[in-house]
Design a protein around this ligand. Structure first.
Ligand code: MG
Length: 394
């Protein structure tokens, strides 16, 4: 036993050369995982998001560029409703609607997505605010229209022919006017950044109607509007289940509206997150991922060496899983570390101050989250006692 304790002391002293608070030594920090969340709060085991490059004035590096000013990008990405080459034309680097030639349709199908487009109301439409003032539209999945129209309207008393509010620019057509009118005058380029989530269906019923968020010239104008129907007409059609990916469309409403810089980023549905979400997590998926993380962490632990690093490691493992093998290892590591701590001289206790306080914090996190009980490991009482003594001496 004495030999073991000496070995532990040597290891712990070696560990002291690590920076205090080093990640991995005191892994427990925020609230632990639960039945709907596979990751703890502030969990360093959680995968980091992929880096996306965002060069100024250009699409993000993970965007699918649908129009970059070239005929090639049109040929590759756009067709008409029947899959034939679009009759829309590329002119001066712009993608221009050929009136009454039909919609322009993406060749690829997309579902939930972020969509960027720049458009302009033709100058000849400057005085038209009604249905014929540079009318077009972005139609996610070919089903729901975000209106494009000349809608700049700074004078509420002006005698102009206005379109109905739920049909002006940036309205979800026939459903919801924009929160504010962020339109620019005809002849000035405008941007839409649209975040679209399609309706979610379960057993033939709408689980969630889906949402549309729109930034018009950088201004939030549709704030996660929940879809109330389909179509681009005056009569609302109820939501009907459709394929999860469909071509997106640009509307031909008879006006030669030009477009530029069109790109799309496919985004995951929040309902696909089955491992970390109050809304959509499946408990069996959460459990499986927690077990996977616990196994990875456990593989880094030397269960024969009851030092601070391994004790903190096993406490972190318990926050993910309480498999019998982990509980056995925790019992043995905590008992060994407890015996070693109780054998230390006051000077050595002081030298281990950081580890004593840090390990005690790990216990507190697990107890607060009811992963373990306050009296499950005698080591905790030893840590509390030593920590109190150390704080008194400060
Ligand atoms: Mg329209």
């Amino acid at each position: 036993m004495k030999k073991n304790l000496l070995a532990c002391a040597a290891l712990s002293c070696a560990a002291l050369s690590c920076a205090a608070g080093e990640r991995g030594i005191f892994g427990l920090y925020g609230d632990t995982p639960d039945a709907k969340h596979a990751w703890a709060i502030h969990d360093f085991n959680r995968p980091y998001p992929k880096q996306v490059e965002t060069p100024e004035g250009k699409p993000p590096s993970d965007a699918i560029v649908l129009f970059d000013g070239t005929q090639k990008s049109v040929d590759e990405n756009w067709c008409d409703a029947k899959g034939q080459p679009t009759k829309w034309r590329v002119k001066d680097g712009l993608f221009v609607c050929t009136p009454r030639s039909g919609i322009a349709c993406t060749k690829r199908a997309f579902g939930d997505a972020q969509f960027h487009v720049e458009w302009l109301s033709p100058l000849e439409d400057a005085k038209k605010h009604g249905q014929l003032g540079g009318n077009s539209g972005v139609i996610p999945m070919g089903m729901y229209e975000i209106q494009i129209l000349n809608s700049y309207d700074p004078d509420p008393d002006a005698k102009v022919e206005r379109n109905y509010p739920d049909g002006i620019a940036a309205s979800v057509y026939a459903q919801n006017p924009p929160l504010v009118n962020a339109s620019r005058p005809a002849g000035v380029w405008q941007t839409y950044d649209i975040i679209f989530h399609q309706p979610i269906w379960k057993d033939g019923k709408v689980l969630h109607p889906g949402t549309v968020t729109v930034f018009h010239n950088g201004v939030l104008v549709q704030d996660a509007w929940e879809l109330e129907g389909m179509g681009t007409h005056r009569v609302k059609r109820p939501l009907v289940q459709h394929a999860t990916k469909l071509p997106w469309r640009l509307q031909d409403h008879g006006d030669p509206v030009p477009f530029r810089n069109i790109w799309i980023r496919e985004i995951p549905s929040r309902w696909d997150n089955t491992t970390h979400s109050e809304m959509s997590a499946k408990e069996e998926d959460v459990r499986a991922l927690r077990e996977q993380t616990a196994a990875k962490l456990f593989a880094k632990i030397d269960v024969k060496v009851p030092d601070a690093k391994n004790v903190n490691g096993i406490l972190e493992v318990l926050s993910y899983s309480k498999k019998p093998a982990y509980l056995d290892a925790a019992k043995s590591l905590c008992a060994g570390y407890d015996a070693w701590l109780r054998s230390l001289s006051p000077k050595d206790v002081a030298a281990n101050r950081t580890y004593i306080a840090g390990t005690l914090k790990g216990f507190e996190v697990l107890i607060r989250n009811k992963v373990i009980g306050p009296g499950d490991y005698p080591l905790r009482a030893t840590l509390e006692k030593l920590n109190k003594q150390l704080n008194k001496k400060k």
